[in-house]
Design a protein. Structure first.
Length: 564
């Protein structure tokens, strides 16, 4: 089977069909080059993850290249921190751009030359209209725009004015270089769009103070694609109306190649936002801990929360690529996370709401080192030691003084098995003056370790930790950041932040975990048996403090909550 046949045998989508047809027709000499072009003005989010997987995945499958290009044309909002974070996220997702890293600013000289060519051809002019005037002259969707009074300036005058812009002779906002296309076009993007604007007093993170004029995104993007030899420029649907402008610049200028722009639907994940502007607002207003807050839809936030990169790639594969706008249920992502962690996460025990248990017939001062598997289906993960002592902790929710037969945990006078340990029976309940339960007195059956004697019926199994050797930890329970499925698309409110879930973070400070986690590596993910999957926080686990973030529950508890 040839390489092309191997690729075309993979699950297809409309983008792959286009590429397959181009290869079959001999376009681009059968070569495929894509690009991932983030603007370094914020951290990447789950929507970018879909684009990363798509662009790098296609390049890998077709034995081509994917360029990582930073479209850095707006130095007011861009900085090196965002550049570094983007590179870290792409690498973490499992992709490598090798030596194909570029910046749009690498081409500022060539882009300036192209702009001069447009002026010389009569396809661009320097405009003096104010921003308000430009909006007025632009027209509406049903009314044609009006030509700028500057539109008929001579080539010589435009060249002199553009050079003056380059040399810093004019203040910000006083002049624009605009393409001369058609002010009556039904496509608003074709009504003499801006090409260059003046920006004084900013230091670009790559070019410093070399330039005081900066090219606009629509102008820069298509020409950067061409300069880099991109064959297929894959972008989201909001750029479909920009495609005629993309093609216009490439058609009127002598460029190395003419990439094909292909649009696909962006990822709209329920109960989250993927607007970089609104994510920035959450950070700037202190509504979250930062860009890597585990509740954020940013890739760095998901990494800190314990989401595996492989699970995010699987999620992007599972939701597919279409041209139709859709809303993806959060449970699809959660399911991918659970499926991955069920196979890869070692097991451990943590008591989130401790209730003390004293085993009255267990010898005082004695400790047994019980052996427990790190994974019930994967022996290669090895085992760990669980110290069993006279005093233990169980979770408060695992005990009731009285309960019906549906309650399969510990009840006064009845038995339950401790996970990887013995069967115990609750004999007595100790309460404080307020009537709250503070301690259970239990007895254990020494014949029940690692076995279930014939005829012995024990309804349930609960987790536990040694009171003497267990480790204190802080556990943070995360829920969805928003309690509305479409928080940034609710027309009934003016501020999307009203939909922030006030219970998106609950911090438990008195948790007890098994001592095998004492030297846990920050970022490691475990299944805390019967509680969910938890990640050692990469920011907060320091100086002996242990903090775990809940990555995902064992099942879709949110759906059940919504139905109640």
């Amino acid at each position: 089977m040839s390489e092309v046949e191997a690729v075309t045998s993979k699950p297809s989508n409309f983008i792959r069909n286009i590429i397959n047809a181009d290869i079959a027709a001999g376009k681009n000499e059968g070569h495929v080059r894509t690009r991932f072009p983030p603007e370094p003005n914020g951290y990447l989010h789950i929507g970018h993850a879909k684009s990363i997987c798509l662009n790098f995945g296609i390049a890998n499958d077709y034995n081509g290249e994917c360029n990582l290009r930073f479209d850095d044309t707006n130095p007011h909002k861009e900085n090196v921190e965002f550049v570094h974070s983007i590179k870290e996220d792409v690498r973490w997702l499992g992709f490598d751009w090798t030596d194909h890293q570029y910046f749009a600013s690498d081409y500022f000289g060539q882009l300036y030359t192209y702009a001069v060519q447009l002026i010389e051809q009569g396809d661009a002019y320097v405009c003096d209209l104010t921003a308000d005037d430009i909006r007025e002259y632009r027209g509406t969707l049903t009314e044609a725009g009006k030509n700028s009074p500057c539109r008929d300036r001579s080539v010589a005058e435009n060249l002199a004015l553009f050079k003056g812009m380059r040399d810093g002779e004019f203040p910000d906002g006083s002049k624009l270089l605009r393409a001369k296309i058609d002010m009556a076009s039904p496509n608003m993007n074709m009504r003499d769009p801006a090409i260059y604007r003046i920006r004084h007093g900013v230091v670009h993170h790559q070019t410093g103070s070399e330039w005081c004029i900066y090219p606009m995104y629509d102008y820069t993007h298509c020409l950067s694609d061409s300069i880099e030899g991109v064959t297929h420029s894959i972008c989201t649907l909001e750029f479909a109306d920009h495609k005629p402008l993309y093609d216009w610049f490439l058609d009127v200028l002598e460029v190395p190649c003419h990439p094909l722009q292909i649009e696909f639907s962006r990822l709209n994940l329920q109960y989250s936002i993927t607007s970089k502007r609104k994510l920035t607002q959450l950070v700037d207003d202190g509504l979250v801990e930062g860009w890597n807050d585990p509740r954020m839809s940013t890739i760095s936030g998901m990494r800190r929360r314990g989401y595996p990169a492989a699970a995010i790639r699987e999620f992007c594969e599972r939701i597919g690529v279409t041209k139709a706008d859709n809303s993806v249920e959060m449970e699809i992502l959660d399911s991918c996370i659970r499926e991955n962690l069920n196979e890869t996460a070692p097991r451990a025990m943590a008591v989130l709401n401790p209730l003390k248990v004293v085993i009255t017939n267990y010898p005082e001062g004695q400790t047994e080192q019980l052996v427990a598997p790190n994974h019930p289906q994967d022996d290669s993960m090895g085992t760990r030691i669980l110290p069993f002592t006279r005093e233990l902790y169980i979770d408060k929710e695992d005990f009731k003084e009285e309960a019906n037969n549906k309650f399969k945990r510990l009840v006064t006078g009845k038995e339950v098995r401790l996970r990887n340990a013995y069967v115990i029976r609750c004999d007595d309940v100790i309460k404080d003056e307020a009537g709250d339960i503070i301690e259970l007195r239990c007895s254990y059956d020494p014949a029940t370790l690692g076995a279930n004697p014939e005829g012995r019926k024990v309804k349930g199994v609960i987790h536990w930790a040694s009171a003497e050797q267990g480790i204190k930890a802080e556990i943070r329970l995360f829920d969805r950041l928003f309690n509305h499925p479409h928080p940034d698309n609710d027309k009934s409110v003016d501020d999307f932040t009203v939909h922030i879930n006030p219970h998106s973070l609950v911090t438990l400070t008195e948790c007890i975990i098994e001592p095998s986690l004492l030297d846990v590596i920050p970022g490691a993910v475990y299944q805390f048996e019967r509680e969910g999957y938890f990640c050692a926080d990469s920011e907060l686990c320091r100086d002996g403090k242990l903090v775990f973030n809940r990555t995902v529950t064992l099942r879709d508890t949110w759906a059940k909550t919504e139905q109640q």
